[in-house]
Every structure is written in C-alpha cells, then in structure tokens.
Design a protein around this ligand. Structure first.
Ligand SMILES: C[S@@+](CC[C@H](N)C(=O)[O-])C[C@H]1O[C@@H](n2cnc3c(N)ncnc32)[C@H](O)[C@@H]1O
Length: 478
C-alpha cells in the first residue's frame, strides 16, 4: 500500500527543494507510479516555477494585466512552494519549540509558541486564528527573501544585543535564523552568547585603553603623591629638628661641663675662639629656663625693685642681661661673651670696675669654674662697704649649705638671709637657693684677714685660701 523504499529515496530531493535539482529530477524522473508520486512531481514542478520566478522577479509597478496575472501566478507559486518548504521547516521548528518547552515556564511557553507561529514560515494544517501571523511572516519572507533572512538575522542580532543580558531569545527567533535555529538549544545559545561576550571584551582595546588612564587618573586622584611627600617631608623635618635638638642638648651639656671643670681663663679662651659655642650654650640654657617654675634672676630683680633705683648693680655672668632689663637701676653687665650690647666681655675674676664702686653684686647661676673664690673676692673688692652680695645657685650644688655660708663669711661677708625658690611646699620642689650677704668692714672672726687683705694684698690672699681650706673646706668642692 505504501511504497516505503521509493518514497524514502525521493525524500532528500523534496527536503533539498532546489529548483535546478528539481528540474533535473523532473526531466529525468522515471514514470511515476501511484498517487503520491504524481503529487510529488506536481510539487516539484511548482517549485521549479517558483524558483524561476524568484530568480527573475517581476518589477514592481507593472501596468500590464498579463504581467500582473503572471506575477500573481508566480507569487502564488512562490507562496505555495515556499509554504511547502516552510511547512517542513515549520514542523521541525514546532517540534523544537515543543522540545524547548520543558525548559521554560507556561507563560514563556505560550509566548514561545506564539512567537513560533508568528515568525515561523507558513506551516500546513494550522488553525485559522494563527493564519494572520503566518501570512505576515510568509509575505515578509516571500517579498524579501534575502531580506527576511537578514532581518531575521538582524532580529536575532538585535535580540542578542538588546537582550543579551536578559532572557535568551525564544525558539521563534531561533527558528527565524536558519543557521542557528535547528542546531542551538537554549543552553547552547546561552553559551554562544557568553563566548561572544567574552570574545568582544577580549578584543576591545580602545575601551581598555580608555579605562586604564581613567583608572590611573582615579588612582592618582585617590592617592595624590603631594600629601604623601608632604607628610614624609614633615616627618623628616620633625626628625631632623628632634635630632638637632638632641645634638644641641649634648653640646650644651658638654660646654656646661667645660665651664664648671676648668678655670675661668679656659672658659674665656673657649668662647673667644668659638663664639658660636657661646650662642649654643645659651640656647641650651634658655631651653632649661623654660622648664623652670621660676627663674631665680626674676626673684632677685623683684627684690631690687623694692630698693632705691639709684643703687649701682654689678651682674657677674649676666647672660642675656635679663636682670638689667628687669630693673631701673644702673647695671654693669659682665660675661665671657656678649648676647647684648650692655655686656662688658671679660672674665669676672677681673672686672673693669673701681674698688668699692657698686652697691649690689649679683651672681645668678654664674659661680662656675674652679676659681670661684676669685669671683667672690672680686665682688668684695668692687662692693662698697655695707654693699650687698646676692648669690643664686641650684640647690643640688650644695652638699652642706652651712659650709658655703661659713666660707663666704670668712671672705668679709655677713649672711643677711637665705631663701629657697620657688617656695618649698608639698606640691612644688625647690630648685634654687638665693643667699644674701652684706660686706662688712670688719668681721669679728676674720677681721685680721680682712685687714691683712687690705694691707698686704697677694700674701694675705694665700693666707685666706689656707684659712678657707682649714676652716670650711668647701671652696674646692664648688
Ligand atoms: C648659667 S648662665 C646665667 C646667666 C644669667 N645670670 C641668668 O641667670 O640668666 C651663667 C653665665 O655666667 C657666665 N660666666 C661663667 N663664668 C664666667 C666668667 N669667668 N666670667 C664671666 N662670665 C662668666 C657664663 O658665660 C654664663 O653666661
């Protein structure tokens, strides 16, 4: 009943549907047996005619009825032939749509089916409701055979570009592309899209080049080098300042040691040879002063301000003339170097003042060197009888304050009073001692010495030294 082998042999020709092939087949085909074969031949002839019309399409806008009729016929043949072709393809696509259905939801499935019907070529045996969409697709693909492919391709392309990140295109779109619709599953399509995106990103030099400087500029903006270098410079500057300060501190301590451990003549030589060292010493001294709760020279100045401004003052080791700046009295300022124009540069063991020419002699933190006796004797010399000797020293320098007081007394001075500054309390440590002496004309204990000093000069001086050593024993320790 059904000649299976013959039909199977003829089937590839039908699927191929090439006009030339069909024509050749029709010309050389053996006599047809049976109704199916006759139908097949008719179909082949129709397709041959359709292919001829496709190859030589009638120009649009022809006025001739004959031409119109021919054209109409040709179009009819084209439609029918393409309908048959698309029927076969449509069957397959329908199957594909049905196959894809399990991968999508019901609503998607409906949409897919709708799209399949809408965009798929006309299929045989379809419902009347879907005829419109089919006809549109058919007309479109018929009138623009190549365009339809392109447009389908464009549609796919558009769908790829526009909805690349959304859902994959429905099977209808796949079916519109003959190249991909039959071979790609949804998963395959996704993979292909992914690969294309990768490929696109991989070969996008301009975008990458644009992004690199942008990133670089962002990085430059985010981490500007200037503040970095600024902070580094600031840190380096702070470190340099700290190191300089430490070095200055070390030099100050060194110079201080030099002043205390040698005779005043050596100190004088030191500062004469290196005036910078004097400045450095006083910088260090001023740093120390800033840490003190009270500068003893201020206390001495305060006391002086309570006396007549006519009293002549001699400041031995005046430094920056702070005392002279704090009182209205005439002040003779003596130091090894001059920080101020009022300073007379000299060794205070020998000051350029007349005997008994001053009312007040001041040693504020200046009893330095191994010859402090010379300083005190020089003060005694220039002081008027009854004049005042004021000495301020660091408390730690005195092992026994009484020893010191006794030795000074033997030099012709009488202790008037002594005070600690700042005032000793539970909260404030005493840093300094201020002692005030009066020059006596005749001391009961050392009267002979004073007399001998005045009359015999240097010889008496030796006697005095021996006397201090014997009686007090402190002068060598200071
Ligand atoms: C620690 S400073 C005190 C400065 C000032 N009296 C004050 O209280 O601000 C000691 C000063 O005594 C000076 N001095 C030390 N020995 C001296 C000497 N033999 N002749 C002159 N000045 C001397 C030093 O040069 C230094 O300026």
């Amino acid at each position: 009943m059904f000649e299976e082998p013959e039909w199977v042999e003829a089937a590839p020709a039908i699927v191929g549907l090439r006009p030339v092939t069909t024509q050749v087949q029709a010309a050389t085909a053996p006599p047809v047996k049976g109704r199916k074969r006759r139908h097949l031949l008719a179909t082949l002839r129709a397709l041959e005619a359709a292919s001829l019309s496709q190859q030589c399409p009638s120009l649009p806008g022809s006025d001739s009825e004959e031409e119109e009729e021919v054209g109409r016929k040709k179009r009819h043949f084209q439609r029918s032939s393409l309908a048959n072709v698309s029927k076969e393809v449509g069957k397959k696509r329908k199957g594909k749509c049905q196959k894809q259905a399990p991968f999508i939801s019901d609503s998607e499935g409906k949409e897919v089916e709708r799209t399949c019907h809408r965009q798929a070529p006309p299929l045989g045996g379809i419902s009347a409701g879907e005829e419109k969409g089919k006809r549109k697709c058919q007309e479109y693909s018929y009138l623009h055979p190549t365009q339809s492919l392109n447009s389908v391709d464009q549609t796919v392309h558009n769908s790829r570009t526009s909805t690349a990140t959304l859902d994959p295109p429905k099977s209808s779109r796949e079916s519109a592309s003959p190249n991909s619709s039959h071979t790609l599953s949804r998963k395959q399509w996704r993979n292909r899209q992914k690969n294309k995106r990768r490929h696109k990103n991989k070969f996008r030099p301009l975008e990458t080049q644009d992004q690199v400087p942008l990133k670089a500029s962002i990085e430059e903006t985010e981490v500007p080098p200037a503040p970095k270098s600024d902070s580094q410079e600031t840190r380096a500057g702070a470190l340099r300042a700290r190191m300089t300060q430490r070095l200055d501190g070390a030099r100050f301590r060194y110079l201080n040691e030099q002043l205390y451990s040698g005779p005043s003549s050596a100190a004088q030589c030191l500062f004469q040879e290196d005036p910078e060292a004097f400045l450095l010493y006083h910088r260090g001294f001023q740093r120390q002063v800033k840490k003190w709760p009270l500068h003893p020279v201020d206390r001495i100045a305060k006391d002086l301000r309570q006396k007549p401004a006519s009293l002549v003052v001699a400041d031995f080791g005046c430094g920056d003339c702070r005392l002279a700046s704090s009182v209205r009295n005439p002040v003779h300022c003596f130091d090894l170097a001059a920080l101020d124009p009022r300073v007379t540069v000299c060794d205070m063991a020998q000051v350029p003042l007349e005997d008994e020419s001053v009312d007040v002699a001041v040693f504020c933190l200046s009893l330095m060197g191994t010859n402090i006796r010379d300083f005190l004797e020089e003060a005694n010399r220039v002081l008027k009888p009854g004049g005042l000797l004021k000495v301020a020293e660091v408390s730690s320098r005195f092992e026994d304050i009484r020893t010191f007081l006794g030795a000074v007394t033997k030099l012709g001075f009488k202790v008037i009073y002594k005070v600690r500054v700042p005032k000793k309390s539970a909260f404030v440590l005493t840093f300094f001692r201020i002692m005030v002496f009066r020059k006596e004309d005749v001391n009961i204990e050392t009267g002979i010495l004073l007399f001998q000093y005045k009359t015999l000069g240097g010889a008496v001086r030796c006697s005095l030294n021996r006397g201090n050593t014997e009686v007090c024993g402190w002068s060598e320790d200071l």
